[in-house]
Structures are given as C-alpha cells and as structure tokens.
Design a protein around this ligand. Structure first.
Ligand code: FES
Length: 162
C-alpha cells in the first residue's frame, strides 16, 4: 500500500528528474521541487542530497540561505503582490496595504487559518500592466483599490465555502 509519504517522495523524485538542463545543481533541484509541490519538506532535502551526492547539511545550508524557499506546505490559496520598480511607481503600495489588511497580515506569511499564503514578488513579468497582483497563480493587471478589495473579497467567499 502506498502511503502519503511514498507519494510525496515520488513527486520529489519526479521533480528532480524533470529538470531539462545541462547542469543540475542542489539549488536547481530545490527550485524544481518547490515549483512542483510548493515547498521543501524534509524528504526533499534527503532526496536532493542523495541525488547530488552530498550531505543533508549542505543541502539544508543552500535551502535555508534563500528566503524564497518555504519548509511548510503553502495555504490552499496564494496571493502575490508585485513590488518591482514599475509596480511600485504605479501604486502597488496602496494595493499592498489593502491586501495585507484583508488577510490580517503585516508582511509575507500565511493567514491565521493557514488557508492563504501571501508573498511579495520582485517582478511578475507583466510590468506594462502595473500594478500587478497574482491570485492562485493567475495574473491581474492595472489593479486599483476597488479591484484589490473585490479580488480579496472573493477569496474570503471561497475560504468559507471550503
Ligand atoms: S515590476 Fe511588477 S510586473 Fe514587473
């Protein structure tokens, strides 16, 4: 019988093996895993160590050096506000304040109920539509305060129906 832990390990190995690049490094493997399952569990550190023929300590050293890695599963919803130069100039401060207030957060992190993970992004790749917000990996451009209120309001509805 396969357990949840077995499935997690399989997903981790698949993420490591899916890298189509000439040089696979500890960092590239960790990025591939986080992209695939959303975080870096203990099992990922072990598998990357085996795959890279290095120690668990050195893999953990790399993982903990980069603030973008998370070690706990993300919330069911993700919200990112772009904080890059263009979005900043086009008013992302106000959007950020609205989002943080709606989520009851003061900075990056997970909501108290663990349902929503919020983070800053340095560029969501849609600068011409600044300010940009990402909700569950979907991009919204030219966001104004009303739109931010509405998007986060809809998320509240979603949260309660789950
Ligand atoms: S700076 Fe915000 S999308 Fe590029």
């Amino acid at each position: 019988m396969t357990t949840e832990k077995d499935n997690l390990r399989t997903s981790i190995k698949e993420a490591i093996d899916s890298q189509k690049r000439p040089t696979v490094t500890v960092l590239s493997s960790l990025l591939a895993i986080q992209d695939s399952i959303g975080y870096i569990p203990e099992e990922a550190i072990e598998e990357v160590a085996v795959h890279s023929n290095t120690s668990i300590n050195s893999v953990f050293g790399v993982a903990s050096f980069y603030p973008n890695f998370r070690f706990t599963p993300p919330g069911e919803h993700s919200v990112e506000v772009c904080w890059g130069p263009t979005c900043h100039l086009k008013g992302s401060t106000e959007i950020l304040e609205i989002v943080l207030a709606k989520l009851g957060l003061v900075s990056e992190g997970d909501t108290e109920d663990g349902k929503v993970s919020f983070r800053f992004n340095t560029c969501l790749g849609a600068c011409s539509q600044a300010p940009v917000l990402s909700l569950d990996h979907e991009l919204y451009g030219n966001v104004d305060s009303d739109m931010a209120e509405k998007l986060l309001g809809d998320l509240d509805q979603n949260k309660t129906t789950h």
